[in-house]
Design a protein around this ligand. Structure first.
Ligand code: C5P
Length: 217
């Protein structure tokens, strides 16, 4: 297809979501937060009283997701809860769940909604598995302590009580689960542009990413 695909991967709270939204808005591209798909599966399990590590129920939930059910869910604040993030990281190790979500993601990338000329997808395996031929791949990361600080202030901004040590520990557990799973582990694509935002603010990350994308064919 002729859709220009920007693939952005990286760990939690690396700044990839903020970057992806801003790039999409600037380029006039469609944006897909692929983590929201895994969160939607996790949320479905929690709401139907299934354990988040119930692989059979997770597979059924993933197979039941389509654009009509997923797109309205994307803006549901329930998706952002920590319990849902944990459930998402558990369902995401199930190969059948990943397979069920693959078509949706590829279709979005190749045929962006609204007739956009391109799509920005952010997640863990966009550049490695979902869109391995994307012309522009970025791997956004930051030191785990920096990411825990960012997550802590996000949580406090929403009025939640949070303790730095607990947030840091959660972050390490989720990093380990995402990078050590057998199927589509979190890792940079060999041809990804590495963007370490440990010492950058959102503006500096945006400028660096834009320069890189402009250099791509
Ligand atoms: O990015 P976000 O924190 O919303 O992702 C939630 C979880 O979904 C991640 O911890 C990861 O386990 C999973 N995920 C994934 N592949 C993606 C996006 C997210 O496995 N492409």
């Amino acid at each position: 297809t002729s859709s220009f695909i920007v693939a952005i991967d990286g760990p939690a709270a690396s700044g990839k979501g903020t970057l992806a939204r801003r790039l999409a808005a600037t380029l006039g591209f469609a944006h897909l937060d692929t983590g929201a798909l895994y969160r939607a599966v996790g949320l479905t399990l929690l709401r139907t009283g299934h354990a988040p590590d119930d692989a059979v129920a997770a597979t059924a939930a993933a197979q039941g997701l389509d654009a009509a059910t997923v797109l309205p869910l994307m803006n549901d604040p329930a998706l952002r809860q920590d319990a849902v993030a944990v459930a998402a990281s558990k369902v995401s190790v199930v190969p059948e769940v990943r397979a069920a979500l693959l078509d949706f993601q590829r279709n979005f990338a190749n045929h962006p909604p609204g007739g956009a000329k391109g799509a920005v997808l952010d997640g863990r395996d966009v550049g490695t598995v979902v869109c391995p031929d994307a012309p522009a791949k970025l791997y956004v990361t930051a030191d785990v302590e920096v990411r825990a600080r960012r997550r802590l202030s996000e949580l406090r901004n929403t009025g939640a009580e949070a303790i730095y040590e607990a947030v840091l520990e959660d972050m390490k557990v989720r990093d380990a689960r995402d990078s050590q799973r057998a199927v589509a582990p979190l890792k940079p694509a060999v041809d990804a542009f590495l963007l370490d935002t440990s010492m950058m603010d959102a503006e500096q990350a945006f400028v660096a990413a834009t320069d890189f994308i402009r250099s791509r064919p």
